[in-house]
Design a protein around this ligand. Structure first.
Ligand SMILES: Nc1ncnc2c1ncn2[C@@H]1O[C@H](COP(=O)(O)OP(=O)(O)OP(=O)(O)O)[C@@H](O)[C@H]1O
Length: 314
C-alpha cells in the first residue's frame, strides 16, 4: 500500500530549547485509520501541527500526497482537514457561515450540496442558522469536524476527538470516522484513550517523550506483545503456592481461591498449559472453573512506556 504521508527524520526543538520530537520516521498509508497514542506532553499535537503547517519543524521533511509541506504548502494543506482540540473563533457566526468560510479558505468553489451533506451527517443541519456560541459542547465539537470536512480533504487529523465528550457522542464520532474511511479518507487520530485506539485503529503508533516507540498493525501489536492469563477457580482454597511450583508464573489470590497463570502468547502456550495442568494434578490441586483473558492494549502501552523509561535510565 502506498504512503499518503511520509515523515522523515523529523525533529522539533521549541524556542525554549525543549525537544518535543526526536527523529520521527513514519509513513501513513492511504486509506488507513492510524492512532497516535501517547501520554500528555509526549508530542502528539506537535507532530500533527507540523504536518498541518501550523508549527515549523527544526529538521526533517514531510510530504503529503507527494507534496512537500514547506515548498508546496498550499497543495499539501489542501488535502488535509484538521479537527483541533478546541474551537477558538467564530462564536458569533452561524454554523452555516463558518463552514462555508472554511471551504472558501482553500479556494474551493462554493458547494452548498456538499456542505448540506456534511451538516446532515453530523446532525447539525437543524442548527445551521444557530450561532456557534449558542451550541452545546458536543455540537461545537461537531462543528469542528464539519469545518475540517468542508473542503473535501482526503486526509483527516483528529486531535483527541473524544476527550471530554459523553459516550453517545463518542460512539457517533467513531461511526463518522468509519464512514469517512469507507469513502477513502485517511484518518489520523491522537488519543490517550487506549480504548479508542483499540476500537478504531488499523495501525497504532506509540509516542513517548517525543520518540516513536513503536508502530505496528493493531492486531499484530496485540498478538506480539500481548500476554494471556488463565485464571483457575480452585475447588478448595490453597494456603500458598507449593514451593515446587514456585518457578512457574503463578499468582494466588489473597483468599487462596484463584490461581492465575500468565504466559506469553508467542512462547509455546499450549505445552505450557498442558504441563501446568499436569503439575497441578500431581499436587492434588483441583479446579472447578477456568477462564482465559488477553491483555489489553492498555497493558501493552504501560509496559512499553515502562520499558522505555527503564531503557532511558540504563
Ligand atoms: N510552544 C511551545 N514552546 C515550548 N514547549 C512546547 C510548546 N508547545 C508544546 N511544548 C512542549 O512540547 C511537549 C509536547 O507537547 P504536545 O502538545 O505536542 O504534546 P501532546 O502529546 O499533544 O500532549 P497532550 O496529550 O497533553 O495534548 C510538551 O512537553 C509541551 O510542554
Amino acid at each position: 500500500m502506498t504512503a499518503i504521508i511520509s515523515i522523515r527524520n523529523l525533529t522539533k526543538t521549541y524556542a525554549s530549547g525543549f525537544r518535543a520530537l526526536d527523529d520521527i520516521d513514519l509513513e501513513i498509508r492511504r486509506g488507513e485509520i492510524f492512532a497516535l497514542l501517547g501520554p500528555n506532553g509526549s508530542g502528539k499535537t506537535t507532530l500533527i501541527s507540523i504536518v498541518c503547517g501550523i508549527v515549523n519543524a527544526t529538521s526533517g521533511s514531510v510530504t503529503v500526497d507527494g507534496h512537500d509541506i514547506v515548498e508546496d504548502f498550499r497543495e499539501a494543506r489542501a488535502r488535509i482537514g484538521l479537527v483541533p482540540q478546541e474551537l477558538s473563533t467564530d462564536a458569533f457566526e452561524s454554523v452555516w457561515a463558518t463552514v462555508r468560510f472554511s471551504r472558501g479558505l482553500y479556494g474551493k468553489s462554493p458547494d452548498p450540496a456538499h456542505l448540506e451533506k456534511v451538516l446532515r451527517d453530523l446532525s447539525l443541519w437543524d442548527k445551521r442558522d444557530s450561532k456557534i456560541m449558542a451550541l452545546s459542547g458536543g455540537m461545537k465539537r461537531r462543528v469542528l469536524i464539519a469545518k475540517a470536512l468542508a473542503h473535501e480533504p482526503r486526509i483527516l487529523f483528529l486531535d483527541e476527538p473524544t476527550a471530554g465528550v459523553d459516550v453517545e457522542l463518542r460512539h457517533d464520532m467513531w461511526a463518522l470516522v468509519r464512514a469517512l474511511r469507507e469513502d477513502g479518507v485517511t484518518i489520523i487520530l491522537t488519543t490517550h484513550y487506549i480504548e479508542e485506539a483499540e476500537e478504531m485503529a488499523d495501525r497504532i503508533g506509540v509516542i513517548h517523550q517525543g520518540r516513536l516507540v513503536v508502530v505496528e498493525d493493531k492486531v499484530a501489536l496485540m498478538r506480539k506483545l500481548g500476554k494471556k492469563q488463565l485464571a483457575l477457580t480452585l475447588k478448595e482454597p490453597l494456603p500458598a503456592i507449593p514451593s515446587s511450583l514456585a518457578a512457574l508464573p503463578l499468582e494466588l489470590s489473597d483468599d487462596g481461591t484463584t490461581l492465575v497463570y500468565t504466559f506469553d502468547v508467542q512462547q509455546g502456550e499450549r505445552t505450557g498449559i498442558a504441563s501446568l495442568l499436569r503439575q497441578l494434578a500431581e499436587h492434588g490441586i483441583d479446579f472447578k472453573d477456568l477462564n482465559s483473558s488477553e491483555s489489553s492494549l492498555e497493558d501493552i502501552f504501560v509496559s512499553l512506556v515502562r520499558g522505555e523509561r527503564q531503557g532511558a535510565a540504563a
